[in-house]
Each structure stands twice: as C-alpha cells, then as structure tokens.
Design a protein around this ligand. Structure first.
Ligand code: PMV
Length: 306
C-alpha cells in the first residue's frame, strides 16, 4: 500500500478568473500560505480498475458522482503522463470539512500528483512541470506542492523565501461545513459577467506587489488591509456577477465585524481572508499565539474554529 498526503493552501492574493479554462491558466498572479494543519491523506492499493473510496477518519469525504468522476479523470490524466500501467483503488480523506472554501481541491489534487510521483519515483519531472500538471486538476493545487509562502504566476510556482514571517498560525472559523452550491470552477466562469471584472487582474497584481512590500517592511497592519481589500474584491465579483451569487451566510459578516473591532481596539490582529466559501480564515504571526488564544476564547467564543 502507498500512502501520501498533501496540504491545503490559503491564498491572500486570489486566483479568480482564468486566461485558459482547459489548462487552468490564471488571469493574475496569486500568493498563498501552505497550511500543514489542513491535509488530504491518500492510501492506494493495486486493483483491477481505477476506483475511489472514502478513507475513514473524522471528516470522511462523501464525494458525489460528479466529483468522483473529476477525481478519476484527473487520475487517468496523471497515469498517462507518468506512464503508470497498474490500476489503483485510491482511498482518501481530509482532516477538515470538504467543499466549503477550505481548499480541499488544492490538497486532494496535489495529493494525487504526489501519489503518481510515489508510484513512478524516477519520473524525471521538474517542480514546474509537476505544478503545471497539478494545475490542470485544480489551479490552486499547484501551490500546495511547495511549503510556506508560494507565488503562482506566468513563470510557474515558487517559494517566496524573503517574507520574514515563517511560522504562520492558520485558523479557520467554520461557519458552514456542507458542500458549497457554486463550485470554484463555476465561479471562475461566472465572474466574467461582472462589470467589476474589468481591471480585476491589474488590481490583484498591484496588491501582490504591495503585500510583498508590506511583509518585507514588516508592516503587518498594512498587510492586513491589503488582504482585506483583496478578499472583498473577489467576493464583490461574485456578488455583482449576473446572476449574482454569494458565499456569505448569516454568521459571516458578524465574524468579520468582530475581527475588525478587535483590530480597531488592539491596532494588531490576524490577517483575515475568505476563500470561495462562507468560512473566515485568520493568519497569525508566530509571536501572536496569545492574541490567537484571546480571539478564540473571547472575541469568537462559541464559534467553531479549526
Ligand atoms: O483551484 P480552484 O479552481 O478550485 O480555484 C480556487 C480559487 C480560490 O480558492 C477561490 C482562490 C485561490 O487562489 O485559492
């Protein structure tokens, strides 16, 4: 039996919109943190046919037929690319809820790439080549192949090693753990109908430059403001698409308000962002461990946080 695992990642500068919907070429560069607390585990054994089954665990995944199909079509693509002759029964689970804006596609598709590498260790492919393959399964998954801060742009994926914050504490306020109604693949298409999509790529590129410079000058508050503007920009695209859609639920705004109040009174706090889902992500610096406890036990007391 082969066992592999792969982490999710959370983007601070978002990949939303594609130049090419088959190759999943992003309209703009993105920057993310690879989060080793949120992981997909795979166990694979040789089998007569290619198949997927849930692996037992706290958040055993129940994929619908369409998702199983997408997973196995991508696996077949990898088998061809890696010249894998044998069939495998692939069992997987996540240590976090599935399909609700916690980047489960990033961890699961990158885990499949790692499985192909484990089956064919002499594949001879570079990291950039692996990233391109992974991005075909799910664009954001290519960033999960690298630890820490990762930039994905026209030249591929790379670690941004000069960001001075190394050990980020990543927490997610889980406001809904059922599967989202509009998949991120659909969102990438639907946002093209928003008038705000004009200039979106330029805004994201500008924020990427500004965010990296805020990090380099250790201006955490500036970084917080850029990240806030960035996720709001992405969600504004959703909310002004035609037809409009939204990932917010009735608790999302409340949590965002509480975090803003926290920032206002402490002049410090976590970076806050949201993916294509209702849950709220918080990224704390290493030296903010006690602020993190304070927020979990007081500001967000009663909310489920992973
Ligand atoms: O990788 P996809 O196609 O599921 O797109 C996900 C994009 C976002 O998660 C919404 C943003 C990002 O950059 O991760």
């Amino acid at each position: 039996m082969l066992k592999v695992s792969s982490p999710a990642n959370i983007a601070l500068i978002k990949y939303m919109g594609k130049k090419d919907h088959i190759l999943n070429k992003p309209s703009n560069s993105s920057l993310s943190w690879t989060s080793d607390g949120f992981v997909t585990h795979i166990e694979a054994t040789k089998n007569n046919t290619s198949a997927w089954e849930p692996l037992s665990g706290p958040y055993a995944i129940q994929l619908n037929e369409k998702s199983i199909d997408r997973f196995l079509v991508f696996w077949q693509f990898l088998r061809d690319e890696f010249q894998i002759k044998d069939n495998y029964l692939i069992k997987s689970n996540n240590n976090f809820p599935f399909g609700c804006g916690l980047a489960s596609s990033a961890s699961s598709f990158s885990a499949l790439v790692k499985l192909a590498c484990a089956i064919q260790p002499n594949h001879g492919k570079s990291l950039s080549e692996l990233a391109l393959l992974s991005a075909k399964g799910s664009g954001s998954s290519c960033r999960s192949l690298i630890d820490g801060w990762v930039q994905w742009d026209d030249s591929g994926v790379s670690n941004v090693s000069d960001i001075p914050y190394k050990n980020i504490i990543h927490k997610v306020v889980i406001l809904e753990d059922s599967e989202k109604k509009v998949s991120s693949s659909q969102a990438h298409k639907n946002i093209q109908t928003s008038l705000l999509n004009t200039g979106r790529a330029e805004r994201a590129e500008k924020r990427l430059i500004d965010l990296k410079s805020a990090f380099l000058s250790k201006d955490w508050q500036q970084a917080y403001q850029i990240c806030w503007a960035e996720f709001k920009d992405m969600h504004a695209l959703f909310e002004t698409a035609m037809p409009a859609f939204s990932y917010y639920n009735d608790q999302t705004q409340l949590v965002l308000d509480k975090l803003q109040v926290y920032w206002d009174s402490h002049v410090d706090g976590p970076l806050v962002t949201m993916d294509a889902g209702p849950n709220v992500h918080m990224l704390f610096r290493e030296d903010q461990a006690s602020a993190c406890d304070n927020i979990l036990n007081n500001t967000l007391n009663g909310f489920k946080v992973l």
